[in-house]
Design a protein around this ligand. Structure first.
Ligand code: NAD
Length: 496
């Protein structure tokens, strides 16, 4: 057995990359400006980070374009790119503790979630796309004998990626791994709340053999660096994960610049529908609690609307409430902690605002509702459950992105479907029932990208993930993600 890790001591020893990573080198921002990187564990400034802006984005795009044109990556055989990406996955695994610590210090998630959840999934993602890329064949169209029509898949060129802070490295990997595998160069802008892990992984990528300039990371704010990437005239595609509000801005940036391809993974308000005939109510209750309290509810597909059949409402809510107590916020560096911090003061205030709104609109506060551990200087909110919520209320409609669970009651399957679909979002739905026919029928009626039945998992890297409606378009994960990072070219040859 491995010796236990003293994460606090490790945190004291860790070093931070604080500059932009452009052309294979760490460089200060062109203006010399920096911003404070604050830890949500205790509110202290971890490090000052280079504040990337228009000029830095331009330098990164130029480096990415030069590498693409030179063919140092794009022209390598797929199996050569595979070897490098598999090596990168190994380096990520080798540095798993360091990367997990960066995630925890930067955004407040429990250390074991970071190491055994996020970092493991990042390594798997990078390995998966590496291993996939030399097994994909192109097409020949069914033409007359007098012609040969080749349909080939080609990299786009320069891909921009803008990602959020809730799973900082994993959301980045869902973009950069397929984009790199397909032969593109990448410019990544991590969220200003959580730039540390991406900067370290870009460095590891060069160590693994990704040529300098192919993978660049520019930290900075959304309105400056994010917008500059979205509006850049020489970026071929922009892959975004974040809020619906900002996702819409990227469509505008594209329309007002070079019509770059945009893909959007945006918000969600996942309905978690629990029928009275659920095979195992305890498992369903664990799914409901984990679905909203994991990562302090800062999850795009958090099970953020509990829609429960009236017959089991009391017993089910009692089970979820009992489980919620095990998510009492604790020190994110303590391996026993199940729920850590909110990402920052702004998000904490926002979530507390939603809790007040819930009370004001007449929902019943059944558990929690307060900010806690304020003596630490960090940002923590206790697990919170609302009962007697109506789907028209703000807490049932808006994405709270915090540990707050509204409970809504239904009587018939038709009503459950109507409630579930009555949302501007369509990312995911969870369904618990013993009736296979009912489950299939309802799954078909739900306007969402993923339906889970009798589980909360939703699958790993091998299945696509993305939204209907205002949850966005385009898919992350699976081979389908490669569609976002490649063009189809037809070459029609006369052979008659
Ligand atoms: P956000 O939209 O505020 O920020 C996301 C990214 O966009 C950040 O890098 C930010 O700097 C940048 N940005 C912000 N304003 C910008 C602007 N004006 N122009 C250009 N870029 C800008 O989102 P967030 O608060 O970081 O993350 C939470 C959101 O992310 C939630 O809505 C959540 O649902 C969503 N999310 C979705 C998925 C998914 O796969 N569907 C996954 C994780 C998170």
């Amino acid at each position: 057995m491995n010796a236990p890790i003293d994460w606090r001591a490790e945190a004291g020893r860790i070093s931070f990359r604080d500059k932009a990573f452009i052309g294979g080198l760490f460089v200060p921002s062109a203006t010399g400006k920096t911003f404070d990187n604050i830890s949500p564990l205790d509110g202290r400034v971890l490090v000052k980070i280079a504040a990337g802006d228009t000029e830095d984005i331009d330098r990164a795009v130029k480096a990415a374009r030069a590498a693409f044109e030179a063919g140092v990556w794009a022209d390598q055989a797929p199996k050569a790119r595979k070897r490098v990406l598999v090596k990168l996955a190994e380096l990520i695994q080798k540095h798993a503790n360091e990367l997990a610590l960066l995630e925890t210090l930067d955004m407040g998630k429990p250390i074991l979630n970071a190491r055994n959840g996020d970092v493991r999934a990042v390594a798997e993602c990078v390995r998966w796309y590496g291993e996939a890329i030399d097994k994909l064949y192109d097409e020949i169209a069914p033409t007359p004998k007098t012609a040969l029509a080749l349909i080939t898949r080609e990299p786009l060129g320069v891909v921009g990626a803008v990602v959020p802070w809730n799973f900082p490295l994993l959301m980045a990997a869902w973009k950069f791994a397929p984009a790199l595998a397909a032969g593109n160069s990448v410019v990544l802008k991590p969220a200003e709340q959580s730039p540390l892990s991406a900067l370290r992984v870009a460095e590891l990528a060069v160590e693994a053999g990704v040529p300098p300039g192919v993978f660049n990371v520019v930290p900075g704010f959304g309105e400056s660096a994010g917008q500059a990437l979205g509006r850049h005239m020489d970026v071929d595609a922009l892959a975004f994960t974040g809020s619906t509000e900002v996702g819409k801005l990227f469509l505008k940036y594209s329309a007002e610049s070079n019509m770059k391809i945009v893909s959007l993974e945006c918000g969600g308000k996942t309905p978690n529908i629990v029928f009275a005939d659920t095979p195992d109510l305890d498992t369903a209750a664990r799914g409901a609690a984990d679905g909203i309290f994991y990562n302090s509810g800062q999850v795009c597909d958090a099970a953020s609307r509990l829609i429960v059949e009236d017959k089991i409402h009391d017993v089910f809510l009692a089970k979820v409430t009992a489980l919620a107590k095990s998510y009492e916020p604790g020190d994110p560096l303590d391996e026993k902690t199940q729920m850590g911090a909110m990402v920052d003061a702004t998000q904490t205030k926002r979530v507390l605002g939603f809790i007040e709104k819930g009370k004001a609109e007449g929902a019943t506060l059944a558990l929690g509702g307060r900010q806690v551990r304020q003596d630490t200087g960090g940002f923590f909110i206790e697990p919170t459950i609302f009962d007697r919520v109506e789907n028209r209320m703000t807490i049932a409609r808006e994405e709270i992105f915090g540990p707050v669970l509204p409970t809504i009651v239904f009587k018939t399957p038709e009503e459950a479907v109507k409630l579930a679909n009555d949302s501007k979002y369509g990312l995911e739905a969870n369904l618990w029932t013993n009736d296979l026919t009912k489950a299939h029928r309802i799954a078909r009626s739900l306007r969402v990208g993923t339906v889970t039945i009798n589980n909360r998992d939703g699958g790993g890297i091998e299945v696509p993930f993305g939204g209907y409606k205002q949850s966005g378009f385009g898919r992350d994960k699976s081979l389908h993600a490669l569609d976002k990072y490649s063009q189809l070219k037809t070459t029609y040859i006369s052979v008659g």
